[in-house]
Structures are given as C-alpha cells and as structure tokens.
Design a protein around this ligand. Sequence first.
Ligand code: DX5
Ligand code: ZN
Length: 221
Amino acid sequence: SQEFLIAPSILSADLARLGDDVARVVAAGADVIHFDVMDNHYVPNLTFGPAVCKALRDYGITADIDVHLMVKPVDALIEQFADAGASYISFHPEASEHVDRSIQLIKDKGCKAGLVLNPATPLSVLDYVIYKLDFVLLMSVNPGFGGQAFIPKTLDKLRDLKHLIQEQGLATRIEIDGGVKVDNIRAIAEAGADMFVAGSAIFNQPDYQQVIDAMRSELAQ
Ligand code: DX5
Ligand code: ZN
C-alpha cells in the first residue's frame, strides 16, 4: 500500500495572504497543495488561474501543487498550469470532448494525470483510460464549494474503485475530495483512499499542524 498524502485545499485559505498561508500549511506538514480552479461555467463559482500558481512558485513554494480543474474546456488550461508549475493536474471527463487526448496532454507536459469523478459519475468512465492515470480523484461532494458535508455513499464507490485497481494490478492513487475531517479520515482510508484533500477542516482552525497531526494519527491506527 502507498503512503498517505494530505492535500490542504487553498480554496479555504486566507486569499489576501495566500503565499504566507500556503507556506504555513506546508510547514505544518502538508504533503501536497490542492489548487481548486473554478470557471463559473462548469461549476457555479470562480477562483484562481495559472498566474496564481506561478506566483506561488515565484514566492518559493516548492511543495507539489495538485491542480483540480473544474473548468470547461480543459486543454488550454492544462498547458498553462503545467507551464505555471503544477505537479498534478486532474479534470472532469464531462468537461473534455476528448478525454484520452486531455490525459495524454497532461502526461506529455510532464505532470501526473488524474480524472475526477463527480458523485453521480459511474466508475465505467475509467474503463479504457485508467491504465494511463497516475490517480483518480473521487468527489465526495458536488464540486463548486468548500465546507460541504461528505456524501456517505462515496465509501461504497471507493471500495469498488480500490477493488478495480487491485484487480488490474495498477498502482493508481485514489484521491478523495470534499468533507474530509479528522473524524472520518480513517474510514475513508479503510475504504481505499490514499490522498486526502481537506480545505475547511484545516484552514478553519487556527493551528494547522494540530489538525494535520490528528489526521495522521487517525491514519496510523
Ligand atoms: C470542491 C473542491 C474541494 C473543496 C474541499 O469543489 O474541489 O477541494 O475545497 O473543501 P472541504 O474540505 O471544505 O470540503
Ligand atoms: Zn478540489
């Protein structure tokens, strides 16, 4: 089994002091920075683009940046985010006319490639592309906002996905996004996830390290 990665979502960070807040959460033990890109078209909210990713790199952030694209179309932004310093890039299959081509584009740009499945999106979209993916991101809320409640049915989907990955002998990571907290992270890990996005659970607390440590101790049990 793979090491667990904790990926704070900067959607809930202090956006007026973003560089400092990201540096703080990395110092507190974050493994990866989760970067939610929303376009007010694919999802009903608007966040930040490649210039902000580049600005974090220029500020000295060296941690892996995990770009979650909630945009339509995706290809132009894949290129721009790869050039802006992204490490991981994922997109929703509904947002690309040519899913295999968009996955290939991420890989050709030297980033880790992932596909994001909404709560109602079946695992069958993975059938002919999973062998190309470094990770699959399962949404445990509907995309667009931080601070929503974890949809419990996601645990069944996680188990099914984990089973499918093991059956095919793949090393694909499973990332979970939405409503992850200290009190449910262990059940989520037991169901098969190994990469955990947490926005409000971390950034809405004054002591980031305390939350991340508490998550790790849940994962160690
Ligand atoms: C929702 C985003 C999530 C969000 C998670 O569309 O993809 O990454 O920031 O926030 P929490 O952890 O607060 O549910
Ligand atoms: Zn996200």
